[in-house]
Design a protein around this ligand. Structure first.
Ligand code: GAL
Length: 143
């Protein structure tokens, strides 16, 4: 799947990423006054479905990235990384790579974090992106 310049907020179906080595790549940029943005992998095609992975860079809270899941409308326990690989006003490339039991998140070619699955990755059906971000390219590659 290859999408150019999606309108943000974005919510769209993605092909299966259940096999190890599947990868979601985003090329984007943030505005200079960016506060937060998010990338969600949804277990269904609606914004109310469970979230298997929530990636939430926050420039407005001491520059950190929050990772979480949401099940039956309830957020799970946050994994907080107190370092910020994104810069306000700059372009970035992000990759979410599926391994046997984790999502590996790379930013600008460097591994940033790995998030252990909390729900089966074969349920992931859609990608949602919102907040203070512009996306130029979305690529989803099945392994
Ligand atoms: C909440 C925030 C949500 C989401 C969640 C992640 O405080 O309102 O948007 O980021 O944290 O744990």
């Amino acid at each position: 799947m290859h999408i150019i310049n999606p309108t943000i907020p974005y919510l769209g179906p993605i092909p299966s990423i259940q096999d190890e080595g599947s990868c979601i790549s985003l090329e984007g940029s943030t505005p200079e006054d960016a506060k937060r943005f998010y990338v969600n992998l949804l277990c269904g095609k609606s914004e109310y479905d469970n979230i298997a992975l929530h990636i939430n860079p926050r420039f407005d809270q001491g520059a950190k990235v929050v990772f979480n899941t949401r099940e039956n409308d309830e957020w799970g326990s946050e994994k907080i990384v107190n370092s910020m690989p994104f810069s306000q006003g700059l372009a970035f490339k992000m990759k979410i790579i599926v391994t046997a039991n984790r999502f590996q998140i790379h930013v600008d070619g460097r591994e940033f974090y790995t998030f252990a699955f909390r729900m089966p990755v074969n349920r992931v059906a859609a990608l949602q992106i919102g907040g203070d971000v512009t996306i130029h390219v979305i690529d989803v590659n099945e392994a």
